[in-house]
Design a protein around this ligand. Structure first.
Ligand code: S3P
Length: 453
């Protein structure tokens, strides 16, 4: 699929949308929570009912987890309005008859590694080209400290062979703040007798801790999290788990609203404190917002979020530091784009982890920003971006290297380009946000976005 985006100046967008109503959107279910619910739910003995929007809006990454679990013997059925998963208990997984293909999904691969390490059977995990170039050995080494037997390729990547083993509890110091690695350790810790403790340099998203605790596991701590080896969960036979909308996907429409002068309202959006840093940075940049109707269920908060158009007020530049990174890791591509339209120089520091995502995101951001005419300096762990509120980007081609978030961020940036911007392989957005282009059309108008198959 090829997408072509026609941009306009800030003044044109502002006058076009000055009196426009807010656009109200619903995001796909939060990917991080849904992966965890499917995996942890499989290990309970409960029927888990997950009310959902239409199947077409579910991130492809999540489908990789569904298919993997089905091949491990878990019953997961899709209906028009829900998923039903029947957990088979802590020891209910069965050997898959084939290698498990995790597609593009790092979360699928890393979380499953934690669970599979403690099984009585062996499994091989593979992935697509992008996932097969991402680091897996650092997690394998950590799990091996707990008695696991995991071998990666000689390059430290997938395929990974996980021989089932008897795990023992351990105290693990993560080399980087990573929710995927932390979760893998906690999931492995459920299969190890005794107390497993995991520490990370900065706190990363805490959905696993919240879910395990809500499901009755013995888990405690914030900076240092400890879990007891489990004999089972303490959960009703049948539960309903409403997954809030994905705040990381919402980032792109919030960014689009800011660039084209529209107020964006997102209903039923996840409002977990470890995922809010992007909104906090936006508010420091001068963007006004409001969260309403906040409810809490299964330890997670959700509500309606309105992000107001800054109108003619220029954005202030931002400065994000290493300690901010874990809580806005997936939002950095969109934030970097907004930096290009801020009034001064914005900086990102301590973000080396961005080089290990679906692409080397620091390099991809620097390359595309400079192709589109933005002055940007790339350092080992960050970027300096010289912003200008009224700038028009040059047009051209977005290079995304198969990375969904880079692709979406630059499609949004193109709303402020003076010449046409085109992007091939635009369907990559489906990895996390299948309705991305529909929603973008609602924000920017049908004429701004042309799609050809
Ligand atoms: C995720 C954690 C983050 C994030 C990814 C989802 C998760 O990765 O980038 O999109 O669901 O745990 P890291 O833990 O590798 O930083």
């Amino acid at each position: 699929m090829i997408a072509e985006i026609s941009g306009a100046t800030r003044a044109e967008w502002t006058s076009r949308n000055a009196n426009a109503e807010a656009v109200t959107l619903n995001m796909p279910p939060d990917k991080s929570i849904l992966h965890r619910l499917l995996i942890i739910g499989s290990l309970t003995r409960s029927l888990i009912i997950i009310p959902l929007p239409p199947m077409e809006s579910i991130a492809h990454d999540v489908l990789a987890t569904v298919i993997a679990l089905q091949s491990l013997g878990v019953s997961i059925e899709f209906f028009d309005d829900r998923i039903e998963l029947q957990g088979g208990g802590l020891h209910g997984l069965r050997a898959s008859g084939h290698q498990i293909h995790c597609a593009n999904s790092g979360t699928t691969a890393r979380l499953l590694m934690g669970v599979l390490a403690g099984q009585r059977f062996s499994t091989t995990l593979t992935g697509d080209e992008s996932l097969s170039s991402r680091p897996m050995q650092r997690l394998a080494r950590i799990l091996n400290q707990m008695g696991a037997n995991i071998q990666t390729s000689s390059a430290g990547t997938l395929p990974a062979r996980i021989e089932g083993a008897t795990l023992h509890a351990a105290t693990i110091e993560l080399p980087v703040a990573s929710a995927q690695m932390k979760t893998a350790v906690l999931l492995a810790g459920m299969f190890a007798a005794g107390t497993t403790t995991v520490r990370e340099p900065f706190q990363s998203r805490d959905h696993t801790e919240r879910m395990l605790s809500a499901f009755g596991a013995e888990i405690s701590g914030e900076d240092e999290i400890s879990i007891e080896g489990l004999t089972g969960f303490n959960l009703d036979e049948r539960i309903v788990y409403n997954v809030a909308g994905d705040i990381s996907s919402a980032t792109f429409m919030i960014g689009a609203g800011i660039l084209c002068g529209k107020t964006t309202r997102i209903d039923n959006i996840l409002l977990n404190p470890t995922r809010m840093r992007f909104l906090e940075v936006l508010s420091l940049m001068g963007v006004a917002m409001l969260a309403e109707n906040v409810v809490e269920e299964w330890g997670e908060s959700r509500g309606s979020l309105t992000v107001f158009s800054p109108g003619a007020t220029p954005l202030r530049p931002f400065h994000v530091l290493q300690e901010d990174i874990p809580d806005l890791i997936d939002e950095l591509p969109m934030l970097a784009i907004l930096g290009a339209f801020a009034d001064g120089e914005s900086t990102i520091e301590g973000a080396e982890e961005l080089r290990h995502k679906e692409s080397d995101r620091l390099a991809m951001l620097a390359k595309n920003l400079s192709n589109f005419g933005v002055t940007v300096m790339e350092a080992t762990g960050g970027l300096n971006i010289l912003g200008a509120p009224d700038r028009m980007l040059r047009g051209g081609i977005v290079e995304h290297g198969g990375d969904h978030r880079i692709a979406m961020a630059f499609v949004v940036a193109a709303l402020r380009a003076k010449d046409l911007v085109s992007i091939s392989g635009a369907e990559v957005a489906q990895v996390s946000y299948p309705e991305f282009f529909d929603h973008l059309r609602r924000m920017a108008g049908e004429d701004a976005v042309k799609l050809t198959h």
